[in-house]
Design a protein around this ligand. Structure first.
Ligand code: V1S
Ligand code: CA
Ligand code: ZN
Length: 393
């Protein structure tokens, strides 16, 4: 179908577990695991599974999660029940323990299974990359970048990215972590703060008082002490509402291109949070599916082994569009798949517009005002280049 064939000379693998998608955070919660089902159905409607190795992954074990998370936290996470959820109407954000049970990280039925499935996908992807059985491994069920060693944060309970990178570090000397979710990748940054074996780069909306999680300023580049190997190895690209494809692509290629030259990573871990798309329920950017996908295409062009993770994304139809398009980029079929969503795609009406590439006007009632001046973006690039002068391998 659509002439989609296995790519020549490299292998792409797709790691997922349908069980994960059946979990519910609660009626009003923005995180909808069902978006993974919608993504897979679009990938399948386009005939993409023929071009990949498809794995149904197992849950990560306690020992595997314990490679990053503390035992105290895991013990509580594995036993906490929805009944422990405080029902304090006056103060719905009052948490139980470890930041669990508030409105961001609720306790829901099957929570621990959901977390170990997400981590299972990402670890499976990492193992295929480490063993050189895949060149690009896709884990849309992962990408939960806010989780800390001993606490949940921002819809993330287990940091599958940190676990996957730890696996990559067994084989690769240096890993470049790139995060295009609209939120700051704080959990991953913090986990590798003191090492030069991982460089973390997050592009995000930065507005400390009003936008979650409030960290990720331009000047935050790792430990301040020059004796600490992690110094200069955290890169933050703070952005404002309404950034466009053109601005974002130019910024991304300039920054990632320079990092690739200076840092010489041996593998890439790319978090593709789709909440940076226009029309996202939580995000504030004006990116289209093409602009978001261009980041994946650019990373692929560097020719390094790569894991691509999911992450945020709160308008499920657009999440499915972006991740299906990015799957087509991974297998090199992006120029072959038709722009019109196939007639036989399940939930076709759910997409509202039948195109893979909605215009800004189709994505939202009124496009957001762009608050990113080209002058400010040039300053950001200059600052990042300045940091990279301290980095060489
Ligand atoms: N922005 C935002 C937002 N919205 C919610 C939310 C809304 C409705 C609910 F029923 C439950 C939660 N929480 C937030 C943010 C967390 C965003 C996490 C993004 C995760 C990711 O995409 O980066 C990766 C998967 N939380 C907050 O802003 C914190 C509060 C400060 C305000 C909102 N209340 C609900 C909690 C405390
Ligand atoms: Ca980000
Ligand atoms: Zn996000």
């Amino acid at each position: 179908e659509y002439g989609i064939v296995r790519p020549k000379g490299y292998t792409v693998s797709y790691h997922a577990t349908p069980e994960m998608e059946k979990h519910h955070f609660g009626q009003t919660h923005p995180m909808k695991p069902w978006r993974l089902t919608l993504t897979k159905s679009l990938v399948t409607a386009y005939g993409m599974p023929f071009a990949m190795d498809n794995y149904v992954t197992r849950e990560a074990t306690y020992e595997e999660l314990n490679a990053f998370h503390s035992s105290d936290y895991l013990d509580y996470l594995s036993t906490a029940a929805p009944e422990d959820q405080p029902r304090d109407i006056e103060n719905p954000d009052k948490e139980v323990k470890y930041n669990l049970g508030g409105s961001d990280c609720p306790l829901f039925h099957g929570l621990y299974n959901y977390c170990s499935m997400s981590a299972g996908c990402s670890l499976d992807a990492a193992r295929k990359i480490s063993s050189n059985q895949s060149d690009i491994a896709i884990a849309w069920g992962g990408g939960l970048h806010h989780a800390k060693r001993y606490e949940a944060s921002g819809f993330c309970y287990i940091n599958d990215i940190v676990l996957a990178i730890l696996q990559l570090l067994r084989t690769f000397p240096r890993v470049l972590y790139i995060d295009i979710d609209v939120h700051h990748g704080d959990g991953v940054e913090e986990a590798f703060f003191s090492t030069d074996r991982v460089m973390t780069v997050s592009f995000h909306k930065y507005h400390p008082e009003t936008f979650f999680p409030g960290t990720g300023a331009l000047e935050d580049n790792g430990p301040k002490s020059e004796n600490n190997p992690g110094a200069h190895h955290a890169i933050n690209v703070p952005l404002q509402d309404g950034i466009t494809d053109e601005q974002y692509e130019a910024l991304f290629e300039s920054i990632i291109g320079t990092i690739n030259e200076r840092y010489r990573p041996s593998a890439i871990a790319l978090q593709c949070g789709a909440d940076s798309l226009a029309g996202d329920r939580l995000g504030r950017f004006n990116l289209r599916v093409q602009g978001h996908g261009a980041c994946v295409r650019y990373c692929k062009s560097l020719g390094l082994p790569m894991i691509v993770f999911g992450g945020g994304g709160y308008t499920p139809r657009n999440v499915a569009r972006a991740w299906a398009y990015e799957t087509s980029i991974a297998i090199g079929a992006d120029t072959r798949i038709p722009e019109t969503i196939p007639d036989h795609a399940p939930w076709r009406e759910h997409f509202i517009h039948d195109t893979l590439f909605p215009t800004l006007e189709q994505s939202m009632n009124e496009p957001r005002h762009n608050r990113n001046s080209d002058k400010r973006l040039r300053e950001i690039v200059a600052h990042v280049h300045e940091q990279l002068r301290f980095v060489s391998h």
